[in-house]
Design a protein around this ligand. Structure first.
Ligand SMILES: [Zn+2]
Length: 160
């Protein structure tokens, strides 16, 4: 799996090597068949019928290979301090990335009874949340990154 960076405006939100460090350590089985993770400022596939997404799973025809695209447009919509809280950005991007990996796992299994779309989406969401939380706790342990954790909690509680 390799990360390909097409970002311009969001190039450092966060830099590609930070995302590589966070994601290349994931379970090899989860990443099997994922060829590229493409990073974009905006969602190039959005149009009047397809609303802007946070990310997309892009299968390669009938193979078990796929790419994942991640779109960074929503970072500009976060409260200003969160826009530069690297840990929070890694969290929300990992959540989307892991969500797409769950779609990948379901398609790759070729199980006879695929879950209904709404059930699949719900499982993807939960999986994304869990994996993103594991990633930030391992990359940014709270005892070492107190300030980031404190700022994130303050900013998130203000948004309620
Ligand atoms: Zn989904």
């Amino acid at each position: 799996m390799k990360l390909v960076d097409f970002r311009d405006v969001c190039r450092n939100s966060p830099p590609k090597d930070v995302l590589e460090r966070a994601w290349l350590g994931l379970d090899k089985e989860r990443l099997a068949g994922v060829r590229e993770v493409r990073l974009y400022d905006d969602d190039p596939r959005a149009n009047s019928k397809t609303p802007k997404a946070y990310g997309r799973y892009v299968p390669h025809g009938n193979t078990r290979q796929a790419d994942v695209e991640l779109y960074f447009w929503r970072i500009a919509e976060l409260p200003s301090r969160l826009q530069s809280n690297e840990m929070y950005l890694v969290f929300i991007l990992s959540r989307t990335f892991a969500h797409e990996l769950y779609h990948h796992a379901i398609i790759g299994q070729r199980i006879k009874r695929q879950p209904r779309k709404s059930v699949e989406e719900d499982r993807c969401r939960k999986f994304g949340q869990r994996v993103a939380s594991e990633i930030v706790h391992s990359v940014y342990p709270e005892e070492k990154f107190r300030r980031l954790w404190k700022e994130m909690r303050e900013d998130l509680s203000q948004g309620d």
